[in-house]
Design a protein around this ligand. Structure first.
Ligand SMILES: Cc1cn([C@H]2C[C@H](O)[C@@H](COP(=O)(O)OP(=O)(O)OP(=O)(O)O)O2)c(=O)[nH]c1=O
Length: 208
């Protein structure tokens, strides 16, 4: 039987790297361009789930996917950072990043990662939202300035990257570290395996 193909509905190089960590290489990378604006009074959990589902659907419904990738699975994810009930933006300006760092400094916050696997063959979807609690140390003015100057915050949800310099600020992660980076690997492997994707097929090549 031919191996089930995998389409990653994401432009994020971090998601490709995370899949690579568990020896999965997508057969196609097909970013989904959707409007990520939260709806009025939408909770961060609902937003992360909705956006992951919409990213998967945007790819599943493309005519060339339906014709050329009939037996494939589509994998999509979305990461939302929330301080209390407040959804933090993907920081585009220094002012936004400063606001995010002020809200995160010395506090716990939550990261919600929506994960969606869909079948091109029948359009069925499996959706999960993974919640992770992250604690930031108190940030001094010097630390904030140094992080702003690094530019790492640009385009990142909550204006930080736990896989980067911001690791120096994160004192605790309770839950899935990979979910904070962008793709919860335990749940991804479980969802794919549940759809008969050969998750372990390439592992023997990774013996070192
Ligand atoms: C909290 C956090 C966010 N981020 C980033 C990754 C993303 O840029 C952003 C979350 O945005 P997403 O919309 O989840 O992903 P994306 O825009 O990178 O890619 P796509 O929609 O095509 O799948 O936050 C980190 O890299 N590390 C972190 O620790």
């Amino acid at each position: 039987m031919a191996k089930t193909k995998l389409i990653l509905a994401s432009a994020s190089p971090r998601r490709v790297d995370l899949l690579k960590q568990i020896a999965i290489t997508p057969d196609l990378i097909e970013p989904a361009d959707i409007d990520e604006t939260p709806a009025v009074r939408e909770t961060p959990r609902l937003l992360a789930g909705r956006l992951a589902r919409q990213k998967a659907e945007a790819v599943l419904t493309q005519p060339h996917i339906k014709t050329d990738w009939q037996d494939a699975l589509v994998l999509a994810a979305d990461t939302v950072v929330a301080a209390g009930r407040r959804i933090l933006p993907k920081a585009e300006t220094e002012a936004e990043a400063t606001t995010c760092l002020d809200l995160l400094s010395g506090r716990n916050h939550r990261v919600f990662t929506g994960l969606c696997v869909g079948s091109v063959a029948d359009g069925s979807l499996s959706l999960r939202v993974i919640e992770t609690r992250v604690t930031f140390k108190h940030l001094s003015k010097t630390e904030k300035q140094a992080y702003l100057a690094s530019g790492e915050w640009h385009g990142k949800a909550g204006a930080y990257a736990v896989q980067g310099l911001a690791a120096a600020f994160v004192s605790r992660v309770l839950g899935s570290y990979s979910a904070v980076v962008g793709l919860p690997l335990h749940e991804t492997a479980a969802l794919l395996a549940g759809r008969d994707f050969p998750v372990f097929a390439e592992w023997e090549k990774h013996s070192e």
